[in-house]
Design a protein around this ligand. Structure first.
Ligand code: BTN
Length: 257
């Protein structure tokens, strides 16, 4: 049984020079019977995938990785691992830059000084999940829908040289990231979603606060109140009714108006 095997296995890492997508590679491994926990990292991706079918530009120098883990539970529960991943990313970034620069934007964008530095793409099968994470370390693409940034530009230059420079490459970032992911994953498995939700809200930008929600066929504004027990964004509409938003683009304050 995959789930039982997982409990006795330690974390494995695979590093590739180039791949279509680390998420696709992790899925191929799962299809071949790999059950993880395993992280696949590539120096570059030729078909990096973002949310909603968007491309994730994947030039070498940044972190592109996917964690493969067994998952016992519903697709609803699986979705909570994107919050686990977002926490892991913030805690990794805070080892390099000041905490107050880092914010989370629902559902799982990580922002530094208000600009997107990381993306998370969660996928899953019958009894496994793949959590794909990209972090812009050395560069960021131009002309993206949300303004992007990269880590190097935010690190105090004095910390980048000398005998122990703090940013030495994607492998060291992945070491912290995978370990923080495991920490929050264990927390979720032992204590449920509530500690994840509380920790996530501690990093959230503009919750509570004004929000504009854009769904596939609909756009409305309201006041973001918090997250429900499944991670949906709870919004109070202008007419006073409460609506839980499960997917969609969300703009806070007067962005996207
Ligand atoms: C987003 O659109 O915000 C999510 C982007 C996720 C990108 C990462 S990079 C590693 C992994 N492999 C992919 O093809 N996508 C994810």
């Amino acid at each position: 049984m995959r789930w039982q095997q997982k409990a006795f296995s330690s974390l494995k890492f695979i590093t590739l020079d180039e791949v279509d997508s680390t998420n696709i590679e992790a899925r191929r491994l799962a299809d071949r019977g790999e059950y993880g926990p395993l992280w696949v990292r590539a120096n570059s991706q030729t078909g990096g995938r973002g949310r909603r079918g968007r491309e994730w530009v994947s030039k070498s120098g940044n972190l592109y990785c996917s964690g493969l883990y067994t998952h016992e539970g519903s697709a609803h529960d699986a979705a909570k691992f994107s919050f686990v991943a977002a926490l892991a990313v913030t805690e990794t970034l805070k080892t390099y830059i000041a905490e107050d620069k880092i914010k989370l934007k629902w559902p799982n964008d990580v922002l530094v000084d208000g600009k997107k530095i990381s993306g998370i793409l969660l996928e899953g099968g019958k009894d496994w999940i793949v959590v794909g994470i990209g972090i812009n370390l050395l560069s960021h693409p131009k002309n993206t829908e949300s303004t992007a940034t990269h880590l190097l530009g935010h690190i105090d230059p004095s910390l980048l040289s000398g005998p122990e420079p703090i940013l030495t490459g994607p492998d060291t970032v992945l070491a912290t990231l995978s370990s923080r992911f495991n920490y929050w994953r264990e927390m979720y498995l032992e204590k449920g979603f509530n500690p994840i939700r509380q920790a996530w809200l501690g990093w959230a930008d503009n919750i509570p606060g004004a929000v504009i929600v854009r769904l596939t066929n609909e756009k409305f504004s309201g006041h973001a109140l918090g997250l429900d027990e499944n991670g949906a964004l709870r919004v109070r509409l202008e007419n006073g009714t409460i609506r839980d938003v499960h997917a969609g683009d969300v703009f806070f304050g007067d962005q996207g108006a």
